[in-house]
Design a protein around this ligand. Sequence first.
Ligand SMILES: [Zn+2]
Ligand SMILES: [Zn+2]
Length: 983
Amino acid sequence: MERERYFEPVPSLPDFVKIEHKILKFWRENDFLKQLIAKNKGKKKFSFLDGPITANNPMGVHHAWGRTYKDVIQRYKAQKGFDQRFQNGFDCQGLWVEVEVEKELGFKSKKDIEKFGIDKFVEKCKERVIKYSKIQTEQSIRLGQWMDWENSYYTMSDENNYTIWYFLKKCHQKGWIYKGEDVVPWCPRCGTAISQHEIVTEGYKELIHPGVYLQFPLKGKENHYLLVWTTTPWTLTANVACAVHPDLVYVLIKHNGKFYYLLKERLNIIEGRYEIIKELIGKEMINWEYEGPLSFLSIQKGIKHIIIPWEGVSAEEGTGIVHIAPGCGHEDFLLGKEFQLPAICPIDEEGIFLNNYDFLSGKTTKESEELIFEALKKENKLYKIEKYIHRYPVCWRCGTELVFRLVPEWYISMKELRYQIMEVAKKVQWIPSFGLERELDWLRNMEDWLISKKRYWGLALPIYECECGYFDVIGGKEELKARAVEGYEKFEGHSPHRPWIDYVKIRCEKCGQIISRIPDVGNPWLDAGIVPFSTLNYLKDRKYWEEWYPFDFAVECFPGQFRNWFYAILAMATVLENSPPVKTIFGYALVKDEKGEDMHKSKGNVIWFDEAAEKMGADIMRWVFVSHNPFENLHFGYKLGYEAKRKLLTLWNCYSFFVTYARIDNFHPKRKECYVDLKEVKNPLDQWLLSITNNLIKNVDDAYNNYEFDKVPRLIEKYVDDLSNWYIRRSRRRFWKSQGDYDKWSAYHTLYYSLTTLIQLIAPIMPFLSEEIYQNLVVNINGNVWRSIHLNDFPEVKEELINKDIEERMALCRKLVSLGRMAREKVKIKIRQPLRKIIFLNINEKEKLNDLVPFIIEELNVKEVIFGEKEEFTDNFVKVEEDNLIALLDIALDEDLLWEGFLREFIHRIQVLRKEAGFEITDRIIMGYQADKKVEEIIEKNSAYIKAEILAEDIKRNLLEDKDIERKITVNNWEILVSLKRK
Ligand SMILES: [Zn+2]
Ligand SMILES: [Zn+2]
């Protein structure tokens, strides 16, 4: 026979983590997401765009923050009946993966990779991505995230790569793709350019470099020198000019028997005595000729070193005369172009001096420093060397100091495109709203988009370049096949990656030569930026793409993404469709440790996701994330977890209270005898709770719908506080000890409705806890419902249950109670000590409070509540005042009140003992005691009342031989020995 379905008992202290594992198993065994997708299929769509997570390492807690928002919004939209795709994405290609694989294999440079074999290396990269995408999937599931995991997209897919080809061809057709020479930040270890985007985002470190002061002899002026400053001595080999600020004041000084020029404001760098000979304006120095620092190097032969004007010269540091090497610095390069200076690049891609650099050939830039100082000393061109601490760009992947190198790279021109993207960006709703300004600011200032990388694992840039100067961009696999003149059979069956793609050759359309693809791979933001198209089958099924594009919502961590992912999706959608790819972009800030510092492996302050999930619980972590203001950095730690847990225990206690008493009273929401129509409840507490519950539904709905996620926990916490500290507290006696059946069942129905509504509202944020409670409150007593809470619709607002009047009246009632409590607090009289009366003044329409007066009496433990007209003072009154309301509390105590207070306290202490002894709420007991005659008298006189309160069948005037617990307690200075025995 099937056991009758009913509420299971609820532990008063839940193990949230254990519950989560139980629920995970339950979800795994039942493919609820599939049911959810099927349930909403064909309805109105909500299109969520997942920014891909780099599948290169296990997930950190910062990933869990974003993934929580992603899960919350999709669960909420599912409750609202929207058809959704639930697609997750993995970012796969790029230097970040290569660097980790190099570490695994113990590689030091690109040479090691080529020796190992590019094909094997690329396979290793793919393997790593697959491995970590599996790990991240498991971690996300642990977080409670529901996604169609089998359908995750991977940016390394053919579809993704060929859609980028299509995009690049479009750019090429508009004439925006070009090969340019520029001085770019370069990682000598990774052997590749690092794009501006990557440096701005995370690529600076505080470093110590030599601050070198040099003296360059002026030509035609005996014993006159320019004082020049640099922090990169190796670039002196490429010096061709010095720059001065045309409008600032310079001085000529006599110092150590020599004459020096420098900026007047920088005189403080001179060591020792000096004499100012004259002042002059920078302009006057232009075109002066000087002898370069290492003029004996063959590469320097024939170069005329001159002074040029530059408004970028700073008066804050150095000497005001800046060393210029157009082959070694980006700004230098631009100046070089302007003044037609030669650009010398002294180093190769590993940062090693080229062959024609005499004593420096074969040395790294670091190794060259001492040798250069020696040479400068010999030449008498060194003034002094200091230590210089500054923020200097480093490789964001491997930490190596960057150098600046003149190289040919491929770019997308931003000349026209930036303005088009700006127009598209303005059509997006940015949350927070300053996001738009940040994005526009980036677009206004960004340089052309550097898209090439001299690496292995990445998008094969479909650029085919011929010696004749012509180049072509291939827009897809079919086009490649059609254009191929050799190698296609060898490529077929492989992914479009190096080295396989490079078997294919095509013919130059201009001169007919057979040409190859350039060896470069693409910038990884191309991979992530194309997903609004590639994941919706843009090239093969335009109709499907149209159904889901533009996306409704995307959420990512914003500080970096204005330059990266947000930028990339906007840029690519502008080129392909000239439309915003997503309607709303939501950004959140960074995760720091509890002290506000960056989490770093090396600092030992990293909290790993797995650890946090098992220690704190996923639900609590999610609650912490969602509660936080998304636009401020989150100082994450276990302390926040404890706070959240404390608040949630209040919710759990309400649930546990309900189940405990429902089981005692055998309440069943479906049973006829218990039936109560919620529209007709009479008790003001029930009317009030039903009303605030329906307001809560409205407010939570609005908050989710407006993406004001952090508002939801605030609303819920306030509601749970109302529920626990007012409704249940004031209704306690209505359950179980209720006066009449109708009032009892009314309380049960009201609380049941409130709890089942509440869990549905928190389900998007706390999928586990809400599921656990749902299983017991709903599934356990009713087989005919959705088996998971997450298949249910969002609760509907029942307008007829909203009652403004009772809300206002109850608010006033609670206000008066809080005044009364303040008065008691002032004189430190415990709430269990009854008092004669409290008088409230300045209450308008006091008759509105009539039915609520009993709550004030009980809550404040007074005999009488009086709504008075004017203040009458005696010594026995305490006065408190707030918001123009006045409470006067009579604190005079007589013998009767004192003994009454004694009894209340005594009963309370016995209840505590019952708990300590582990008795059930319904257990009947026998009590024995020993006390003073006076106490004995009081207990005897009130024995009926005491018996009813503590569920005692008998009270004996001596201690029990056979007992479960025995204690000495002190009540109002009376000592009493008590023993209890369960019947
Ligand atoms: Zn590097
Ligand atoms: Zn050609």
